[in-house]
Each structure stands twice: as structure tokens, then as C-alpha cells.
Design a protein around this ligand. Structure first.
Ligand code: MG
Length: 404
């Protein structure tokens, strides 16, 4: 799946005031814009980044924009936010399946939040990060027949109703959309509908938009007072980053399939000549299934049954090695790189030794590591139990992943 990120930095920050454009103000020693753009440039699930800038910045863009090797473009922002996004969308790669949009004024979106939003939009068509309301939410209305305290100033407001807080969500970005969903929303925007975010346009175009759990630290910097909070968040995240730099995680996977006649035996993507094969959905490749669970488990990203349910006919024609490749992409999208996997195959027969290197190569290729990072060993069960009687083949796998 190809993903384009659009960073909407087209506004001039009128509520912010000051000499320096809001996007270029630093928090924790780095400009807000640099932080927002870098979160996407460095994200493994993002293939290109398009930044919509006000004309004066586009004429002389800061060096940190697009210094990275990733495909990155700058475009002129429009009058309204949705105009900026439209300009950026027009130059997005034709190959992009998904577009993720982010406010330049939100410098603290985490890699996990970006991954969650992308994953939800890939499944449902559209998704946005949102947080639940912590304060009790009131809708205000003008007091009937009253003007303000001084007779001319602010209108006197009263509570019209108290809204049930548990169904109130405050929208953040990132917001992600399948290409056709965003196209529909922006087309609606062109007909005059104004919106403060793209999800509103997608909703009005009739698309369901999924809510993804946002982050309290993913604040939007709107006024100078927000900078105090932003400085505190930047300090906290620098400390956390230092402790995360050494983050390693492990995962375990296990699978067992019955051996039956009339089935092909496939292990680690290799068809092995034998009089029986493993019974199960698709090719029943227990090596791939166990490794899939190990890598997903290391990222706490669910398991094979959750991502590729055997009740969904769409996976019927997929080989297990292809499902493993998709599982590795999910792990990468969570911000992790796979370091190595190790596998034990318990099979009384056939002898697996002649096939182990090809199985290692297939698994290594699927998960994007060198063959030296994949161990696969064959074992017998010493004649004990159903494995020992050759009624089934069982596989144990472990995986180590590291924070990208
Ligand atoms: Mg299985």
C-alpha cells in the first residue's frame, strides 16, 4: 500500500500574531513545522510527503523541508485549508492508495498514532484521530432579549443544553482517507461547502469516518499560550526518546496443523514432496503462520486471525508467505523493524534438512531481513504423542523487533 502524507501549513496563523510565522516558531529547540513534517518523513508507512506552504515560505523554504531522501514536494497553499489540501492532492503520486493529512501546527503526533490512523483508513475508507471530551460539554445560546453587560459588548450567553460527554469526540489530525473518499470530499468542498477539516467533507459526501484514539499530547498550537504547554511536551518526549532508543521487543508464535492425504505439504513457502500435506485454510503453511504471529505479537499488533480471518473469503487465494509479508508491513507501520526470527519445526517426517535454506530465504524475503537473520530448525518428537506418530506438524517461532 502506497501512502502520501499532506502537511497543511498554508495558513498564516492569524490567532497567533507575532513577527515570525507560527509554523517557524521553535518548541524544544526545533521549529513546529520541522517537527510536524519530520514525523511523516521518518515514518516507515509513508512513501511521499507534500507540504502546502504560504507563498512567502514557498519562495524561500527552510532547508529542513525535504532534506530527507524520501519523495517530498512543496506546493502553494490556498485561501482555505481545503484549498491547500486540494493543491497538494493534485500532485500526489498516482500510485498512492491512501492520503493522510496533518496540521503543521501539531508537532507531536506519534508514529503509533500515524500508523493507527492509516490502518483504520485502509480498512474503513476514512479515519481520524480524536480524543474524548474530559470536561462536561455545554451548548451555548444567546440569552433571550438580553445584550451584554455593558449593553454593547459581548453577548450574554446561557446554557442551551448539556451534551452527553461520552459521545463527544474532539477531532485532531492525522486524518487518513482512501484516495476516492478524499476526492469525493474535496469535490464537495469545491462546490462551496466550507470545512475546518477534511473528515467533515468526507462525512458530508456520505462516507463513514472511523474514530481512532488520539493523543492528549497531540496539541494544536494556535495561540502563544499554547507554546508553554508545547515546551513541556517537547521536554517530556525528549526524555522518553532517550529511553526508547534501546527498545527491543520479542514475540512468540505457535501453530499446528494435521497431516492428511491429498494435500500439498507447504512449509516456509516451499512445496515439499511428501505423501501427505497439512490440513487447513489456504496452503496451511504452519511455518509462515507461526512467524506471522511472532512478529505481530512482538509489536502487540494482534495475530493472524485478527488480520486475515479465515472466515473472510478474500484471503482464500492468498499464500501464507504473502500474508507474512503483509504482517511484516503492519509491524513496520507500528514503527518497528524486524531484527531476527528463529523457528523450530516439529515433524517426525519428512526430513526437512534439504529444504531449510530455501524456507529461510523465503521467510527472510517476506519480512525484509537478510537470510542470516532467519533460523529454521527441524526436530522430531522422538516418537512421542500425536506429533511423534506423524499425525501433525507443529511450529514454534520467536521474533525480535526494534524501534525504528
Ligand atoms: Mg495455521
Amino acid at each position: 500500500m502506497q501512502v502520501t502524507a499532506i502537511i497543511a501549513a498554508g495558513g498564516r496563523g492569524q490567532r497567533f500574531g507575532g513577527e515570525v510565522p507560527k509554523q517557524l516558531v521553535s518548541v524544544g529547540g526545533r521549529p513546529i513545522l520541522e517537527r510536524a513534517v519530520t514525523a511523516f518523513l521518518s515514518h516507515p508507512a509513508i512513501h511521499e510527503v507534500i507540504v502546502a506552504l504560504p507563498a512567502e515560505l514557498l519562495a524561500d523554504p527552510p532547508a529542513y523541508l525535504c532534506a530527507a531522501p524520501k519523495r517530498c514536494r512543496l506546493v502553494a497553499g490556498g485561501v482555505r485549508r481545503q484549498d491547500s489540501v486540494r493543491q497538494a492532492f493534485q500532485v500526489a503520486s498516482e500510485r498512492s492508495d491512501l492520503i493522510v493529512i496533518h496540521d503543521a501546527a501539531r508537532p507531536f503526533a506519534s508514529a503509533d498514532l500515524i500508523a493507527r490512523t492509516i490502518e483504520a483508513a485502509a480498512e474503513g475508507g476514512a479515519a481520524l484521530a480524536a480524543v474524548t471530551a474530559r470536561d462536561t460539554v455545554k451548548r451555548g445560546a444567546l440569552a433571550a432579549g438580553r445584550s451584554g453587560p455593558d449593553g454593547v459588548g459581548a453577548q450574554l450567553m446561557v446554557v442551551a443544553e448539556t451534551l452527553p460527554r461520552d459521545s463527544i469526540y474532539l477531532a485532531q489530525t492525522p486524518q487518513a482517507f482512501r484516495r476516492d473518499v478524499l476526492r469525493d470530499g474535496l469535490a464537495l468542498g469545491e462546490t462551496g461547502a466550507d470545512a475546518t477539516d477534511e473528515a467533515t467533507l468526507a462525512e458530508r459526501a456520505g462516507h463513514a469516518v472511523r474514530l481512532v484514539e488520539g493523543e492528549a499530547t497531540n496539541i494544536k498550537i494556535t495561540t502563544p499560550a499554547d507554546l508553554l504547554v508545547a515546551e513541556a511536551i517537547a521536554r517530556g518526549s525528549q526524555e522518553r526518546a532517550a529511553s526508547e532508543r534501546m527498545e527491543f521487543r520479542i514475540g512468540a508464535g505457535y501453530d499446528v496443523h494435521r497431516l492428511v492425504e491429498g494435500r500439498l505439504l507447504v512449509l516456509g513457502g516451499v512445496s515439499i514432496p511428501f505423501e501427505r500435506g497439512l490440513l487447513g485454510y489456504s496452503d496451511a503453511d504452519a511455518v509462515c503462520h507461526a512467524v506471522t504471529d511472532a512478529v505481530l505479537g512482538a509489536a502487540a499488533a494482534g495475530d493472524i486471525g485478527r488480520h486475515f480471518p479465515d472466515t473472510d473469503p478474500k484471503w482464500r487465494d492468498w499464500s501464507s508467505i504473502d500474508l507474512l509479508r503483509r504482517a511484516a508491513a503492519i509491524v513496520n507501520a507500528h514503527g518497528y523493524a524486524i531484527a531476527n526470527v528463529d523457528v523450530v519445526v516439529i515433524a517426525e517426517r519428512p526430513k526437512l534438512a534439504p529444504f531449510l535454506d530455501q524456507m529461510r530465504a523465503n521467510v527472510a524475503h517476506a519480512i525484509g531481513v537478510a537470510i542470516g537473520a532467519v533460523g529454521i530448525k527441524g526436530k522430531t518428537n522422538e516418537g512421542l504423542g500425536e506429533l511423534g506418530r506423524g499425525e501433525a506438524i507443529a511450529v514454534h517461532a520467536v521474533a525480535l523487533i526494534t524501534r525504528n
